[in-house]
Write a protein of this length. Structure first.
Length: 278
């Protein structure tokens, strides 16, 4: 199943880890990178070694430190823990970074964060490798803003600036080209439920199938936004049924509206997503 909600949690905080585990997140990302100070990284690794996985529950992922970091070797020793589903790789700049990681970790799934450096924006097609363990790509504005030396990632109207909207679109297109899950970035204002819902729903309309979260309170909103409604499932089923009844047709009328083959592709995706969440 492709996770709808990917919840970050600092891996050095027992309290925050416990809250994350009690959430309804589809995937938990135990963070060893930005949210954990250098002196606390050994503490975080020890905490993860002693965690016990419940039956069922969310996927467990670890965000390791970047490949060039002095911390990566110790981070990857955690991969031997049987409950770890995959690795989140920050500061990825191309598919070769995923390949390099796979040389150390084998076939364990990789979720790459692909827009955190200036160079990363030019490498999206390089992730298109059928032999790669890559399963998801997401984007981030905070590190990119710092890398570019920007004073703000927002424009004068309060919306994301062009460069960051471009990064988001490149991530979406790159993930689809690579055949992996496109995951929208974080919504930093975790107390603004209305804003989160609007952003998550917009991301789903654009083609993203999941979203990063930084607080357990964001998880229900994200899960809801990326779960097809009963009305959407019904309409998708009608489109699929119509084309099954007329397999030679290129265009049909469903619910009083014209639909064509691209609508059929979209309808099948909705039904597949609904089956995953059932």
């Amino acid at each position: 199943m492709q996770p709808r909600s990917w919840l970050f949690v600092p891996a050095d905080s027992e309290k925050k880890v416990a809250k994350a585990l009690d959430s309804d997140a589809d995937a938990i990302i135990f963070d060893l990178e930005d949210s954990v100070a250098a002196a606390m990284k050994p503490v975080a690794r020890d905490l993860l070694r002693n965690l016990l996985k419940r039956s069922g529950g969310p996927q467990w992922w670890i965000r390791v430190n970047p490949l060039a970091s002095p911390f990566i070797k110790d981070d990857l020793e955690l991969i031997g823990i049987g409950d770890i589903h995959g690795i989140v790789l920050p500061k990825a700049e191309s598919g070769s970074d995923v390949t390099e990681l796979a040389h150390r970790t084998g076939s364990i799934p990789v979720h790459a964060i692909v827009t955190e450096t200036a160079a990363s924006l030019f490498g999206m097609l390089s992730y298109r490798d059928p032999r790669s363990p890559l399963t998801a790509m997401s984007w981030g504005a905070e590190d990119l803003s710092a890398a570019l030396g920007a004073s703000s990632k927002y424009d004068a109207s309060g919306e994301l600036g062009f460069t960051y909207r471009l990064a988001r679109s490149l991530c979406l297109a790159g993930a689809v080209a690579a055949g992996v899950q496109p995951v929208d970035g974080v919504f930093a204002d975790f107390k603004n439920e209305k804003g989160l819902r609007a952003e998550a729903e917009a991301a789903r309309r654009d083609g993203f199938t999941g979203k990063l979260a930084i607080h357990p309170a964001q998880v229900p909103v994200i899960n809801d936004a990326f779960t097809p409604s009963a009305e959407e499932v019904k309409h998708a089923g009608e489109i699929v049924a119509a084309f099954e009844a007329h397999p030679e047709a290129g265009v049909l009328t469903v619910g009083g509206k014209m639909v064509d083959r691209p609508h059929l592709v979209q309808a099948r995706r909705v039904l597949e997503r609904a089956r995953q969440e059932a």
